[in-house]
Design a protein around this ligand. Structure first.
Ligand code: M6R
Length: 606
């Protein structure tokens, strides 16, 4: 949450920073601001509630010529959305942008007598004040002393008024990446933006201080010893960071799925069999575990639920799926015999990160499935498999979800093979069906106007129910999250067999019901459940595997026939259809599809 950018170099900083904030806006878009070291001395701060475009207008009135500055786009945690609470925060001669939460800010206010001296309600301004308190001309000493007083998570980018042209950075948990770029040095909260300017970057290690100058970058540990950065190659297709002619990133990212799924799958099938050796995953890891526990949040957790159903049925190993935010407080049973799989698009979701650390403390072996290379979850885990989805900018996750599923299929295929649930023939057939996914998904995407038409029937709904059983229910949990987060329609996914135990009381003729029927073993039960809601007057939109047959007398509001795959793989075409449904509802309601209210792409607060 919150996007951070900094630049010092030969060029004017303002435009570079504001352009970069536009790219980073998916991390938070409540307010934005910039602080620039002015050529004639002093730090000029401009900030406002609203989007980066509002900040741009604000800057146009009074252009800054300085070549060093920091910027921020905010997702409010402490203090409402207002000009005063926007970052940067300047306290005396220190200006700061912050991502994270300073948990002990109240104690710090008391301890340093800040009660009447703060301009905002934020914890971040308190961090600036503590830095100013310790600053007496030695920036490294001030930073060292200040961070020892801060409890919580923070990525801080700092300017000192009497050291123009230099940016300081320090962090705990919340990420900062740093690169040489644009005839100078840059830092950012993630590599998405730096990838446009640099070929190499490094992740600022926790509790190290980076000093960015026009000519070079220095790194110091907490004792003041110089350290060497660990440089990484930017592995980010910059073209995929643009909208490529689509009105919204979400549509572009939905349409990219056949390609990115192919890129995720194909290098991991060798001689017709799933093979994870190039990712450094030893078969022993998959053979020796006695159970699996998957930790993730939101969409990534939904991918985990699909993985659990297939893992248990095909590999016959016990698997739990835990909400990462609950994991540490749920006394989950993890030990040396447990393989903990953490799934995260960003690799920075703090709940997932903390869950991995907790699992490791309990002796579990950990495997991350992450999209962003070098992200924190990947770094703390013992093993990592990267999804090759490329940058996902829209807040609503689409291609990250289906590439996470692709990795889970590969894992399941490999585990079933080496643990003996699959013979060679079955392993090959499984892998072959997986390679059909991109083409089958493309068939759904090619028919997107049919789904656009169907979407119109729920445009004005207040509530939508989504029903199905087994894997269909798992698919719908994700379909329902998609609809609620970008259309603001209240939507619930329900295991349709459960309806009669209470929830059917909410079904009326004004409640559209979306049903997914793709699983042979439960299809007749699912059709019975559909009849139950139809009998209460609900209109039903049906997404059904094309090879299933319909009873002639049934009345449907709409039907979309999904191209057929083996049941276990129907998740893929069905998910594409539900993503499009949510997208078109949001689009036709005239909403900002990519930046739904109250949300941010990367959730770095607990
Ligand atoms: O980056 P992560 O995959 O860890 O993010 C997890 C969730 O925050 C994320 O999937 C969220 O639920 C999306 N907005 C869903 O579209």
């Amino acid at each position: 949450m919150c996007g951070i950018i900094g630049y010092t170099g030969a060029e004017e900083a303002e435009n570079i920073i504001v352009d970069a904030l536009e790219v980073l806006e998916y991390r938070g878009y409540d307010s934005a601001g910039i602080a620039v070291c002015e050529a004639d001395g002093g730090i000029e701060v401009r900030k406002c509630a609203g989007r980066v475009k509002d900040l741009r207008s604000l800057c146009q009135g009074k252009r800054s010529r300085g070549t060093c500055g920091i910027g921020h786009t905010r997702w409010a945690t402490h203090g409402g959305v207002s000009d005063a609470n926007a970052h940067p925060h300047k306290f005396e001669n220190v200006a700061v942008v912050h991502n994270g939460i300073i948990e002990n800010y109240r104690d710090l206010i008391r301890r340093y007598h800040l009660e009447d001296r703060l301009q905002s309600q934020t914890d971040s301004e308190v961090a600036a004040a503590v830095l100013a308190h310790f600053y007496n001309g030695d920036p490294l000493a001030a930073i060292r002393k200040a961070v020892l007083k801060l409890k919580g998570t923070f990525a801080l980018s700092i300017l000192f008024e009497d050291i123009p042209g230099v940016i300081f950075a320090v962090r705990n948990v919340s990420p900062i990446v740093i690169a040489r770029a644009r005839e100078g040095s840059m830092l950012a909260s993630d590599v998405t933006v730096l990838g446009q300017y640099a070929k190499e970057y490094f992740v600022l290690p926790e509790f190290y201080v980076a000093v960015l100058k026009k000519e070079d970058i220095e790194l110091y540990d907490m004792s003041g010893e110089a350290a060497a950065p660990e440089w990484l190659t930017v592995n980010w297709d910059v073209d995929r960071s643009s909208k490529g002619g689509y009105p919204f990133y979400m549509e572009k990212e939905i349409m990219e799925q056949p390609q990115v799924i192919k890129e995720t799958i194909m290098p991991r099938i060798r001689e017709g069999i799933p093979d994870l050796s190039a990712d450094g995953i030893p078969d022993s890891l998959l053979l020796e575990c006695k159970r699996i526990c998957l930790v993730a949040c939101g969409t990534a957790m939904h991918a985990g639920l699909v993985g659990k159903a297939l893992m248990q049925s095909l590999v016959r190993i016990h698997m739990d799926v835990e909400l990462a935010s609950e994991f540490m407080y749920s006394d989950a049973i993890v030990d040396e015999e447990t393989l903990v799989i953490a799934i995260s698009q960003s690799g920075e979701t703090i709940d997932t990160l903390e869950a991995v650390k907790h699992a490791k403390k309990n002796g579990a072996r950990t495997l991350a499935v992450v999209n962003v290379r070098g992200a924190s979850v990947a770094r703390v885990s013992d093993y990592v498999i990267y999804t090759n989805a490329g940058p996902e900018i829209a807040v609503a996750s689409t291609k990250a979800y289906t590439t996470q599923l692709a990795v889970l299929y590969l894992l399941i295929g490999r585990m079933a093979y080496i643990r003996g649930s699959f013979g060679e023939k079955e392993a090959r057939e499984f892998a072959k069906e997986l390679t059909r996914v991109p083409d089958v998904m493309q068939q759904v995407l090619d028919r997107r106007e049919e789904i656009h038409y169907i979407a119109r029937s729920i445009l004005n709904a207040r509530d939508v129910f989504m029903i199905g059983r087994g894997l269909d229910y798992s698919i719908l949990l994700e379909g329902s999250l998609k609809l609620k987060e970008i259309s603001y329609i209240h939507s619930e996914a329900y295991a349709s067999g459960e309806l009669k135990h209470g929830t059917i009381a909410l079904i009326t003729e004004d409640t559209p019901v979306v049903a997914v029927v793709t699983q042979s073993k439960v299809q007749s039960k699912e059709f019975s459940n559909i009849k139950e809601v139809q009998s209460r007057g609900a209109g039903v939109i049906l997404f059904m595997k094309e090879t299933f047959s319909l009873e002639r007398e049934a009345v449907w509001d709409s039907i979309f026939k999904l191209p057929a795959m083996e049941d276990g793989f129907m998740v893929m075409p069905a998910s594409a259809a539900l993503q499009l449904l949510a997208y078109y509802v949001s689009l036709d309601k005239g909403l900002d599809v990519d930046k739904p209210r109250n949300l941010a792409k990367v959730v770095t607060v607990e």
